[in-house]
Design a protein around this ligand. Structure first.
Ligand code: PAF
Length: 280
């Protein structure tokens, strides 16, 4: 059965008030729609971890630093609702834009530090948009737990920091990246790749795994990153924005994987910007 689609905050509040009265734990899976198995794995985790599950779908304009990217972002609400049907979620919240950004909206939530590198550097303003909309979704849903994919690992850390700093009583749970059999990390943007683009994109995970293995053997990161960048371009990527090794908690840069670390990469293939990260 498809879950009710709610567009007004008052309707959402009426529903959650009942759940809260009954002492039920609420889980939220924030999304921008165009759902794929990665999102559905978050829904599954939320179903297992809470009594009631809300999936939010809102293509948040303030986190897009590129108007073309916003215009091209896939919008597939009917298919999304169908994909969610087998999971028995309790509500799909697709807020009308004025529920998120009412007339005169003048507040921005900005997390410093974690946002100054990688996605923050290459997509100015992106994380302000994310932190602001996610803070609103946390407060609107009043969820006890929120589920985010490690595919957007930097986003996960930013959102966790924001919730802690603002005393929003919610546990932010990170879930493993879901990959295609080729290793390509699932992403709504993959829909924009041509069949050739998919083939090119599939090389990225292998190149990152090779780099991670070489790091474990003690090779210096800078040399390996330069080689990985050359390998990506040779595989058909048109531009490599960054390949970086960073502390898994602070995101401070590392030259050796001498503590829990993650390897991050952002590169363009077939006109699509693809990001990925793996633990090292
Ligand atoms: O990861 C996403 O899909 C978005 O950044 C999020 C968390 C739903 C905020 O718009």
């Amino acid at each position: 059965m498809t879950a009710p689609i709610l567009r007004r905050l008052s309707d959402l509040r009426a529903l959650t008030a009942n759940w809260r009265k009954n002492g039920e734990a609420i889980g939220v899976v924030p999304t921008m729609g165009a759902l794929h198995p990665g999102h559905l794995s978050l829904v599954e985790a939320a179903k297992n971890g809470t009594d009631r599950v809300i999936v939010t779908i809102f293509v948040n304009p303030t986190q897009f630093n590129n108007p073309e990217d916003l215009a091209n972002y896939p919008r597939t609400e009917i298919e999304d609702a169908q994909k969610l049907a087998p999971y028995g979620v309790d509500a799909i919240y697709v807020p009308d834009p004025d529920e998120i950004y009412p007339q005169g909206f003048a507040t921005t939530v900005s997390v410093t530090g974690l946002t100054s590198v990688m996605e923050g550097e290459f997509r100015p303003g992106h994380f302000d948009g994310v932190a602001t909309v996610v803070a609103k979704l946390f407060l609107q849903t009043q969820a006890d737990r929120a589920y985010f994919g490690e595919k957007d690992y930097q986003q996960l850390l930013v959102v966790r920091r924001m919730a802690r700093d603002l005393d929003i009583p919610i546990e932010v749970i990170g879930c493993p990246t879901v990959r295609e059999p080729s290793g390509l990390a699932m992403s709504s943007r993959n829909q924009r790749l041509s069949p050739e683009g998919v083939e090119i994109a599939a090389h990225k995970h292998r190149i990152m795994l090779d780099l991670a293995n070489a790091l474990k053997n003690g090779a210096p990161f800078d040399t390996l990153a330069a080689q990985a960048s050359t390998d990506l371009l040779a595989a058909g990527f048109t531009q490599v924005e960054y390949i970086q090794l960073r502390c898994a908690e602070s995101l401070n840069p590392l030259t050796h994987a001498d503590r829990p670390a993650r390897l991050f990469a952002a590169a363009w293939a077939d006109g699509v910007r693809l990001i990925d990260n793996i633990p090292v």
